[in-house]
Design a protein around this ligand. Structure first.
Ligand SMILES: Cc1cc2nc3c(=O)[nH]c(=O)nc-3n(C[C@H](O)[C@H](O)[C@H](O)COP(=O)(O)OP(=O)(O)OC[C@H]3O[C@@H](n4cnc5c(N)ncnc54)[C@H](O)[C@@H]3O)c2cc1C
Length: 542
């Protein structure tokens, strides 16, 4: 890396990623009365976070250290010291994980994840806050108090992790075979966790396991807290290896072998799968907002480059087709952001709900599945377009733009693939009638929108699609569920953007909502519009 950081090879580097992001600021204002200010974080992510994650990906990958100086197994992961510093700052100084537990909300936390952008780094924060979430909500006594160490509410920072996936299946959690045997004080776990992010850096980890003689399938899973060292101070599990990955390199992902590993039960054995699903809602929302964070970084790179690069006698940003690409990217980001913040808001509103849960919680889950898939698709598309904006150098891994497309490609896969999101959404409709709350909510959003004639048309379309989907056989519904999810997601995004126009009194959002609708629902080309300049400069911010 050049001594002067990324100057000259990156157009997002050195910017304040918060102050330039009007849509983020508008959404935070809409949903929270919070006085939290992200200006400092916006600067930090544009410099230190940008530099350190680029460096880790290109030349300083995490490394597994197996043996200590005395010849004993130590199994820890070496992280680049710059990255360690950044993680510490994000949690202890900028308080990204603290907001939901102290002086803020989940909206604030997810703003942090969005601003960080890098999925590997965001993963470290997410698996840590997921651990805190489960402990805070379902554990008791000293075990519960551990959550404070994970969110920067004590002086001692600990990192968490969530290890559910096994070799025989990540989607099919019910196929988990890790066994938990009860002893006098602790549980002893035996099994093998095949994808374990945070392996070798996590101090405590959430692990799914099957108590002896429990039910078959997912309902027989309980949730445990696994410390890195057992009660004798010895290594509590082994790490077989770290995986070599296409992206997300800031987080080590390993394979963990549990051999009589001591753990504590969290909450009630029979409710384990519910806690796991709640925790997955936390990470799926992180995935959705993170997908838009990645897209925003790529967009900033493309916008900066287009303003400087010339071809055919003028800057490439002056060519109509480049304007069209940038418009397409910006409109897509704003739609994805609006959708994700709506899901985050519903999650926040149902935060105290417990098994068997309220209808608000099921609605939050329904929206989370939708946001997770829609944003993953948008992110893959936006980062591809941004990479192309750089021409040939976009394909060179020495420039940061190339990484963003690689990073975007994880978002449809982890935290449950797109197929699994569609199936889970379907389940929330069939078993919990989540779509009924959705339709009611759509109506109130329409009532409060900028152009009611336009949004009423969208509402009617959502109802028609729902009607024909409801008439399908179970097998047909499963087959069509991903399309249904996508259509509802895009309709909701258009309505939300239009609603934002009214709430913020910024009629540019009205224009954006209509263009979003045109591209993603009508499947037509973007219109040539007058105000393109203002939109592609992120609403005139930069
Ligand atoms: C970088 C990385 C880090 C990860 N970190 C963690 C971690 O920290 N903790 C953790 O627990 N997991 C982690 N995972 C695992 C991840 O969540 C799983 O890989 C993912 O959920 C998919 O599971 P799988 O790989 O077993 O694929 P499978 O479940 O085998 O799926 C294979 C394909 O089959 C499809 N499929 C499966 N069932 C159905 C169905 N019923 N209908 C239609 N299609 C179906 C899937 O969509 C997929 O396309 C990580 C993965 C990666 C890549």
């Amino acid at each position: 890396m050049p001594l002067n950081g990324l100057e000259g090879i990156s157009y997002a580097y050195g910017l304040n990623h918060y102050t330039l992001d009007k849509p983020l600021k508008d959404l935070l204002k809409l949903y929270t009365q919070s006085k939290n200010d992200f200006t400092g974080l916006g600067k930090f992510v544009g410099k230190e976070v940008y530099e350190s994650t680029y460096r880790v990906d290109l030349e300083s990958l995490p490394r597994l250290i197996y043996w200590g100086a005395k010849g004993e197994r130590v199994d820890y992961t070496w992280l680049d010291p710059y990255e360690r510093y950044v993680v510490n700052e994000l949690i202890m100084n900028y308080g990204v994980n603290r907001y939901p537990f102290d002086n803020g909300t989940w909206h604030d936390h997810y703003a942090g994840i969005y601003l960080i952008g890098d999925p590997g780094l965001s993963c470290i924060l997410t698996i840590t806050i997921q651990t805190a979430y489960a402990l805070n909500k379902y554990a008791e006594g000293n075990l519960r108090d551990e959550y404070k160490n994970l969110v920067g509410l004590s002086n001692k920072l600990k990192l968490g992790a969530t290890w559910f996936t096994e070799t025989q299946g990540g989607s099919d959690l019910g196929a988990n075979t890790t066994i938990a045997k009860r002893t006098e004080k602790k549980y002893l776990l035996n099994g093998y966790k095949y994808f374990s992010s945070g392996a070798g850096i996590a101090d405590i980890s959430l692990v799914s396991a099957r108590p002896e003689k429990s039910k078959e399938g997912a309902k027989g899973l309980a949730l445990y807290l696994l410390p890195r060292y057992n009660s004798k101070g010895e290594l509590n599990y082994y790490i077989r290896r770290l995986k070599y990955k296409s992206g997300t390199n800031s987080v080590p992902t390993g394979e963990v072998e549990l051999i009589n590993s001591e753990a504590d039960l969290i909450g009630k054995e029979e409710e384990g799968i519910y806690y796991i699903m709640e925790d997955l809602t936390v990470s799926r929302l992180a995935n959705a907002i993170g997908a838009m964070g990645v897209a925003r970084k790529a967009y900033l790179e493309a916008l900066g480059f287009s303003r400087e690069r010339s071809a055919f006698g003028k800057k490439i940003i002056e060519h109509p087709l480049m304007i069209r690409d940038l418009l397409d990217m910006e409109i897509s980001i704003e739609g994805g952001l609006a959708l994700t913040y709506k899901a985050i808001n519903e999650f926040q509103n149902s935060i105290n709900s417990r098994p068997p849960y309220t209808k608000e919680y099921h609605y939050a889950r329904f929206l989370t599945h939708i946001a997770k898939n829609v944003t993953a698709e948008l992110s893959s598309k936006i980062t591809q377009l941004a990479m192309e904006a750089f021409g040939g150098i976009g394909f060179l891994n020495e420039f940061p733009i190339e990484r963003w497309h690689r990073e975007a490609l994880i978002t449809p896969i982890w935290e449950g693939t797109s197929n699994i999101q569609a199936l889970d959404m379907l389940e929330s409709m069939v078993k919990k009638k989540a779509h009924e709350v959705y339709l009611e909510d759509l109506k109130s959003l329409v009532n409060d929108s900028y152009d009611k004639e336009f949004t009423t048309k969208l509402l009617n379309k959502a109802v028609d699609i729902l009607k024909s989907f409801s008439s399908l056989s179970p097998k047909e519904a499963e087959y069509n569920s991903k399309d249904f999810l996508r259509q509802q997601g895009h309709i909701l995004s258009s309505i939300l953007l239009n609603n934002l126009a009214k709430q913020t009194e910024d009629n540019i959002y009205d224009l954006i909502s209509k263009q979003y609708y045109r591209v993603y629902i009508e499947k037509k080309e973007l219109d040539m519009i007058d105000k393109y300049d203002e939109i592609i400069s992120i609403h005139g911010s930069i």
